[in-house]
Ligand binder design. Sequence first.
Ligand SMILES: Cc1cc2nc3c(=O)[nH]c(=O)nc-3n(C[C@H](O)[C@H](O)[C@H](O)COP(=O)(O)OP(=O)(O)OC[C@H]3O[C@@H](n4cnc5c(N)ncnc54)[C@H](O)[C@@H]3O)c2cc1C
Length: 386
Amino acid sequence: MKPIFGSDAFDTDVLIVGAGPTGLTLATALAARGVPTVVIDRLREGHNTSRAAVVHARTLEALEPLAVTQPLVERGLRAQRFSIRDRDRVLVPIAFDRLPTRYPYTLMVSQAVTEQVLLERFAQLGGRVRRPCALVGLHHDAHGATAELDDGSCLRARYVVGCDGMHSAVRELSHIAFRGGSYGESFLLADVRLRGGAPRDEVALYFSPQGMLVVAPLPDGVHRVVAPLEQAPEQPGADDVQALLDARGPQRERASVAEVLWGSRFRVHHRVADTYRAGRVLLAGDAAHVHSPAGGQGMNVGILDAVALAAALGRALAGDAAALDAYVSARRPVAQQVVSFADVLTRLATVRPALRGARNALLRTLSRLPAFRRRLAWRLSGLVYR
Ligand SMILES: Cc1cc2nc3c(=O)[nH]c(=O)nc-3n(C[C@H](O)[C@H](O)[C@H](O)COP(=O)(O)OP(=O)(O)OC[C@H]3O[C@@H](n4cnc5c(N)ncnc54)[C@H](O)[C@@H]3O)c2cc1C
């Protein structure tokens, strides 16, 4: 089919490129508003891996109107506490159970389950994902945008949204810069069964001269272990995870690895797109921002982008031209804050051994202040972005 640039004949109101958590949230939220969409993804089927495992209170609140929260909560595990530790010493204890929300906890659930729940809800609303189908070209004008697909066809939409992840074709084809850098290290990530040492109701972030270590509970007796490493193995085994726990984790009661269920390595960048909008083209999720998993914000920020963008697109389609710029000015600073927060955590975690005592003393002093603990709880849970 020949591309029809500048035409007023539209195949759909919104073309969503990418059916990860961001694209699926946007698709569901637009379907709930009755907005016609087409959702494409280049993969034959969705990823079936654990990846982002934390869903914060604010995200659960924002997903409530989509009827997604309840099924998600039923399939996850509630962690009521978060702590920053240096070995066995708790430097900062954070309790989520006093937060003024219906979800006073961090929900631990694998990303595959989160995507499945979103997909099921989208299907209930009559939606489906067209796959495998990749966007390979994009042209936009004052009235809409024309997407070229890898089967040679074209699709014209009033708006196109890039929810197509870190290497976003939508962002690149729209010439939007993605500034920032990469962390030198890679991250090891593993879902394991542990004996001893690790609580089932708490996410523990260990600061250590060798780098951070996160040990967090997942449903079905599983723990998630995440740590930056100079050279993380591609397929981490029990010995790799054990070495990390021994070097950075609890000492009094050793956590020993009984089984590795899934493991991976990933590289982390800290980048934010110069803008989330170029005319009729918009960005959300990892296409717009990527950052360290410290604090577990990545997927959550993407889901909240999508909820905000669905409302903005609804208003824009009804004639409110300013709604999309308001989306950009509201959401881009959030990504910048998350990048800075993750950087502070990384720097604090890896201070030189000579400064470790001073850091611990400072954190313990600060953590005696209820206002400090409350601020951290609000930031981690995302309630600060209400
Ligand atoms: C191994 C691994 C571990 C991770 N662990 C954590 C973690 O512990 N904590 C955390 O917060 N985050 C983690 N992340 C990051 C987290 O997975 C992302 O933040 C999240 O997936 C972002 O969602 P998204 O929907 O914006 O993008 P993605 O999930 O990347 O989805 C993008 C979708 O777009 C599709 N797509 C791409 N290009 C095209 C195209 N041209 N045409 C059509 N479709 C296209 C892709 O197939 C994909 O389905 C991890 C990521 C990886 C890879």
